[in-house]
Design a protein around this ligand. Structure first.
Ligand SMILES: Nc1ncnc2c1ncn2[C@@H]1O[C@H](COP(=O)(O)OP(=O)(O)OP(=O)(O)O)[C@@H](O)[C@H]1O
Length: 591
């Protein structure tokens, strides 16, 4: 029998917007449950809360007795291995073809060899009608095909709990019916607990054993289909009939809450051959007949359905109906002030930095991904880094050259300009370029993956995005910073030499002599040390903003902008701290 999911007192807000509050319900193990509700009522947020990828402020979600809300992320990764999840748009990994997408959970979590994996993958692909299309990447297939591929991927590990977000979106009516039938067959074969979020009235009427509805920040009703589908609750019956007249309007905010219909007298009478018939005399909707439920094509008995009918017959399945008191006054968590939000981001970046450092010494180590990312960051950064290094070295050389002449210390020009380039200019220039070019691209890449639900899909499949995505990118930024720091130092020093010796008429001997007299090997080390730290900061900030991108293309743009600005601010602050410490701890040569 499938896993149990018990939700109790769940409340979620985004800033001031309360999405829903005090939601309590239990999904009976092995049964199919559908969660309905008008657009924007928080169905997807609810599904993501169950997966442990959205954090509710209050309440518990017990998965086979373990609380997902209270669990640490490392334990959540384990708990999520019980789940198979189909996201709204499939959430396929864009860099892999359909076959590799479907094989992904098996390669991650089982010791099966490629032959065994192939057998399972092809079986699931055949089930969803995608054999022959499996070599295509997600960009080459239709929305409906992505959905079916996502379903195949969610089933390969034989999950105990299957969560499905809008199975009908992007599908024509016939394929929607086929998919509903397929889900019934899957439930028959696996006895998994299934939760389907949908707007599709036909699907809601014919597939689930239980239904619930979210509306105006609360769970309006939850219970067995036999009662839910025959209710005269104004909100539920309007939604199920698709009637434009009633309490549900165009927008949640302006919908009025009418209890007129709810209070109207109801007349139940026996329906044909085991179904119940209800007529309501409140005017709008008249007769509703309990629709026939989808059955497995093979004629097999669906164990979940059997248990459900027994529960209903014994009176063990009760319809929950929310009180009609006005919940509108529920306030969300107040928006944090600008300063608090800034501090929260810095704290989160710090936490991600620690997680990254810990994960970088854990297996598996994605060496290939590190190399690919390193190559990418270097390839987009090295030309701008050199082009910035030349004028930067020249400006430092000219400024210091002029100054040393003014104070009569021209013989120290070489040391001053070389140290300024190696210790200050090179690490800063290098990292600014890495943050602006490589970091921005990393942030945009992760942000796009986030809005396509790829990151959530990864977490739901029990794979840590920190280990898989952040560690390689941060290591790549550090490697690129060290390499480019060396390159920028050389270019900057040569530029300085050119301007001090050739343009300003200094002598090469004095230039080099001052350098060897005042500089020491630690000066070189501190430059490279800074490059490591700055590369780490640029990588972590870019990944943090990418992974926390708000929905939509604007969210990606905002994240890239924030990534660059936050990196710059942190770089200059950390540079100040390191320089101060270095000057205190390492006495200058000859001091
Ligand atoms: N990451 C987020 N940050 C801020 N607000 C969010 C976030 N995710 C969702 N919301 C808000 O939560 C509300 C519920 O969104 P959700 O996607 O769960 O609705 P839904 O019922 O699934 O809608 P639909 O049926 O149209 O998909 C919306 O107002 C949405 O703007």
């Amino acid at each position: 029998m499938g896993g149990s999911v018990e939700v109790s007192g769940l409340t979620k807000s985004y800033g001031r917007q309360n999405i829903w509050r005090d939601v309590s319900l239990t999904f009976p193990p092995g049964e199919i449950t559908a969660l309905l509700g008008p657009s924007g009522t928080g169905k997807s947020v609810f599904l993501k809360s169950i997966m442990g990828i959205v954090e509710p402020e209050a309440g518990t979600i017990l998965i086979d007795g373990e609380d997902m809300v209270a669990a640490k992320e490392s334990h959540r990764l384990e708990m999520r291995k019980k789940f198979g999840v189909l996201f709204q748009d499939g959430a396929l990994f864009g860099s892999m073809n359909v076959y590799d997408n479907v094989a992904f959970p098996l390669r991650e979590h089982t010791r099966k060899n490629e032959t065994e994996i192939r057998e399972i993958v092809m079986e699931k692909l055949e089930m969803v009608g995608l054999v022959g299309q499996h070599h295509k990447v997600p960009g080459e297939i239709s929305g409906g095909m992505k959905k079916r591929a996502g379903l195949a991927r969610s089933l390969v590990t034989d999950p105990e709990i299957i969560l499905i977000d809008e199975p009908d979106s992007g599908l024509d009516p016939v394929r929607t019916s086929n998919l509903a039938q397929l889900l019934v067959e899957v439930n028959t074969a696996t006895d998994a607990t299934m939760l389907v979020v949908t707007h599709n009235i036909e699907l809601a009427r014919t597939m689930p054993d239980n239904l619930g509805m979210l509306y105006r920040r609360e769970l309006v009703m939850f219970g067995p289909r036999e009662e839910f589908l025959l209710t005269d609750h104004p909100v539920v019956s309007q939604f199920m009939s698709g009637d434009p007249d009633g309490p549900i309007g165009m927008s949640e905010e302006t919908d009025h809450r009418s209890s007129e219909l709810f209070d109207a007298p109801v007349d139940y009478s026996a329906g044909p051959s085991g179904t119940a018939v209800m007529s309501r005399h409140a005017g709008a909707r008249a007769i509703e007949v309990l629709p026939r439920q989808l059955e497995p094509r093979s004629g097999a008995v669906r164990a979940g359905q059997q248990r459900h009918r027994e529960r209903v017959a014994s009176g063990g399945a009760r319809l929950y109906v929310a009180d009609d008191d006005d919940k509108e006054r529920v306030a969300g968590v107040p928006l944090l002030g600008m300063l608090a939000r800034g501090l929260t981001i810095v704290g989160d970046v710090f936490a991600l930095g620690l997680d990254t450092a810990r994960a970088s010494v854990r297996r598996p180590f994605a060496a290939r991904e590190v190399l690919e990312q390193f190559w990418f960051v270097v390839s987009v950064s090295w030309i701008p880094a050199i082009l910035v290094a030349i004028p930067f070295g020249a400006v430092i050389a000219l400024q210091l050259g002029t100054l040393t002449v003014q104070v009569g210390a021209q013989s120290f020009t070489g040391a001053a300009s070389v140290l300024a380039v190696i210790q200050q200019a090179a690490p800063i220039v290098t990292t600014l370029v890495i943050a602006g070019a490589g970091g921005a691209a990393i942030c945009a890449d992760l942000g796009s993956r986030r809005i396509r639900d790829e990151i959530d899909a990864m977490r739901v499949m029990g794979v840590s995005p920190v280990q898989r995505l952040v560690v390689p990118r941060v290591l790549a930024c550090i490697g690129a910073a060290v390499l480019l720091n060396g390159l920028v130092s050389v270019v900057g020093v040569l530029g300085g030499y050119f301007f001090n010796v050739i343009v300003q008429g200094g002598t090469p001997g004095a230039y080099l002599a001052s350098f060897t007299a005042l500089a020491q090997i630690q000066d070189l080390y501190v430059g490279e040390f800074k490059a490591v730290i700055f590369g780490f900061i640029a990588g972590v900030v870019a990944c943090h903003r990418g992974l926390n991108t708000a929905p939509g293309p604007k969210g990606v743009g905002d994240s890239v902008n924030q990534s660059v600005v936050v990196t710059f601010l942190m770089l200059f602050f950390v540079n100040f701290v390191i320089t101060t410490l270095y000057l205190q701890l390492v006495p200058g040569k000859g001091a």
